[in-house]
Design a binder for this molecule. Structure first.
Ligand SMILES: Cc1cc2nc3c(=O)[nH]c(=O)nc-3n(C[C@H](O)[C@H](O)[C@H](O)COP(=O)(O)OP(=O)(O)OC[C@H]3O[C@@H](n4cnc5c(N)ncnc54)[C@H](O)[C@@H]3O)c2cc1C
Length: 520
């Protein structure tokens, strides 16, 4: 299905059913669902999988309590239903998290919070997580880190996710079902020719032309640019880019619970236990007009986030405490709201299907939480033009790779892994199951002792895991490995990171040598 542009397109080759542009959560979710229905799929991602918005989230699988205030009942209901499904199909990388919401009467009255939480507990139907309840902060350990001016709080449940790993697992399952997933490959141009799309894609080795019956524009913050500049297609729909930033500081409270704080500007900020030793604090909501690839946190955002939590925590968080930051751009559907926080978080799917021509579907907005349902909706919209997509949805109950943890769930999988590899520390076994689920066995293999896992880069990361990430998860650079596949960047010092770079260089060298030996 690929051809060299210098030779033109070979019309005898079968076009793909779908060419998907974008390896964020929405692109890979659609690729997985479509490939599972028997469609031939090519997905191109210009950088690494999840290298933009889908790794810059607050990492929550949540209904979005705050959206109730904007009457987003459809979205919240769908997200709450999805929360239950995702907890079941990916129990390794998605797990429950309880939130403490201190009552501050200056922002919202207690009756309003109580009513919102009642709706939150009931809108999604069946709920396996604990329902919300009120607590006295002077009598409950969750009150310990909070200033004494806060007397009461509500505790409610949501879920947390390793966001970039959710993307990779969807991509792996899509590949398992026959999809061709190409990272570091960019869509350069596409036009409709003889009833299909003819697209030029580019990677480090040059350009190629591919054909597809349908094109999915899942380019997130770039969705409008793809339409306007790459496809030259007019649409009335617009994307509203809103930047959101996070800071990470050394752990600033004890316990597994997270906090949700209300600010005087009515925005909310989360403080979430992160990677055992840290606290994740976010986020901001700032209109963004520049290139989405250039997004960075600004100093005033760091100050805003510190001030937000310092209204509540006894122990102050200062900009000097910050050990890591990240920022992303929300590709929201532009509903003409005045305020960036009020723009709808719901998604809109725009289909362009002129008779007898290749169909185009563009995605505006969406949440990580709703990606699976978004994919089903997208395929429903494409099915009239592409009957192969018309089958029944199948992703609601099929585990993602590694998610088949078996009886006893996560905890017993950790026990089983330690029984299989007794040389692993409790922390290392926990981390391997959290990241890879049952695929952790593939990484550990037949190793009998720690040294069998190869070079140790610190933070539990070994050569065996690095090799797995390269072979199975499209990892190429140290950044892919340290920040998106494993988040070990927070735990490995400069010397360990430099050794990882050297290890990757040596591997690349070895591959080059074996290629030239074969060519010779
Ligand atoms: C600060 C913040 C916090 C958030 N928190 C949450 C949360 O806690 N829970 C939740 O459910 N949601 C959250 N979200 C929303 C969620 O992260 C996004 O809705 C989701 O990640 C968007 O995914 P996407 O696939 O549409 O976009 P992206 O992840 O940005 O993927 C689009 C991809 O398209 C690629 N691309 C663009 N142009 C081309 C081209 N020409 N060729 C090839 N590839 C191309 C890009 O490189 C990019 O990787 C948050 C978002 C932000 C910004």
């Amino acid at each position: 299905m690929l051809s060299d542009p210098s030779r033109g397109v070979n019309a005898a080759q079968q076009p793909y059913d779908l060419l998907i542009v974008g390896g964020g959560i929405n692109g890979v979710g659609i690729a997985r669902d479509a490939a599972g229905r028997g469609a031939s799929v090519l997905l191109v991602e210009q950088h690494d999988l999840a290298s933009h918005t889908s790794s810059a989230s607050t990492k929550l699988i949540h209904g979005g309590l705050r959206y109730l205030e904007y009457y987003e009942f459809r979205l919240v209901r769908e997200a709450l239903i999805e929360r239950e499904r995702l907890l079941a199909i990916a129990p390794h990388i998605i797990w429950p998290l309880s939130f403490v919401l201190p009552h501050s009467k200056l922002v919202r009255p207690a009756w309003m919070l109580r009513m919102g939480l009642f709706l939150y507990d009931h809108l999604g139907g069946r709920m396996t997580l604990p329902r919300s309840r009120g607590v006295r902060l002077d009598r409950d350990p969750v009150g310990t880190p909070l200033r004494s001016d806060y007397r009461r709080a509500f505790i409610y449940s949501d879920g947390r996710v390793l966001d970039s790993r959710l993307v990779v697992l969807n991509a792996m399952d899509a590949r398992e079902k026959g999809a061709d997933i190409r990272t570091r490959t960019r869509l350069v141009a596409a036009r409709r020719v003889d009833g299909v799309w003819e697209a030029t894609i580019e990677d480090a080795s040059g350009q190629q032309v591919v054909r597809a019956r349908g094109l999915v524009n899942a380019a997130g913050p770039w969705v409008e640019r793809i339409l306007r500049d790459t496809l030259a297609i007019k649409t009335s729909k617009q994307v509203r880019l809103v930047k959101g930033s996070h800071i990470v500081v050394p752990r600033c409270f004890e316990g597994e619970q997270a906090y949700i704080f209300q600010n005087p500007d009515r925005r909310i900020v989360f403080a979430i236990p992160y990677e055992r030793d840290f606290t994740l604090i976010g986020t901001t909501d700032i209109p963004w007009a520049a290139d989405p690839g250039e997004v960075r946190i600004a100093d005033d955002e760091v100050r805003y986030l510190c001030e937000s939590v310092n209204r509540y925590f006894r122990k102050a968080v200062t900009p000097e405490d910050v050990v890591w930051t990240y920022a992303g751009v929300r590709p929201l559907y532009d509903d003409a709201a005045q305020n960036a926080s009020a723009v709808t978080r719901d998604y809109v799917l725009d289909v362009d299907a002129p008779a007898g021509e290749g169909v185009l579907l563009s995605i505006f907005g969406g949440k990580i939480t709703t990606y699976r349902r978004l994919a089903e909706h997208a395929l429903e919209k494409l099915a009239p033009s592409l009957p192969v997509l018309g089958g029944a949805g199948w992703t609601a109950s099929r585990p993602l790779p590694g998610g088949d943890l078996g009886p006893g769930g996560f905890d017993s999988a950790v026990v089983r892994l330690r029984a299989h590899a007794p040389f692993l520390s409790a922390d290392d076994a926990w981390r391997l199951v959290r990241n890879y689920g049952t695929l952790a066995w593939e990484i550990v293999g037949t190793a009998q002792r720690h040294a069998d896992l190869g070079e140790d880069f610190g933070g539990g990361l070994t050569a065996r895991e690095v090799d797995y990430l390269i072979a199975r998860e499209w990892a190429v650079t140290a950044e892919d490995i340290l920040w998106r596949r494993s988040r070990r960047g927070l735990h490995i010092d400069g010397a360990g990171q430099a050794r990882l770079e050297r290890y990757l260089d040596a591997r690349r060298e070895a591959v080059r040598d074996s290629r030239s030996a074969m060519a010779g």
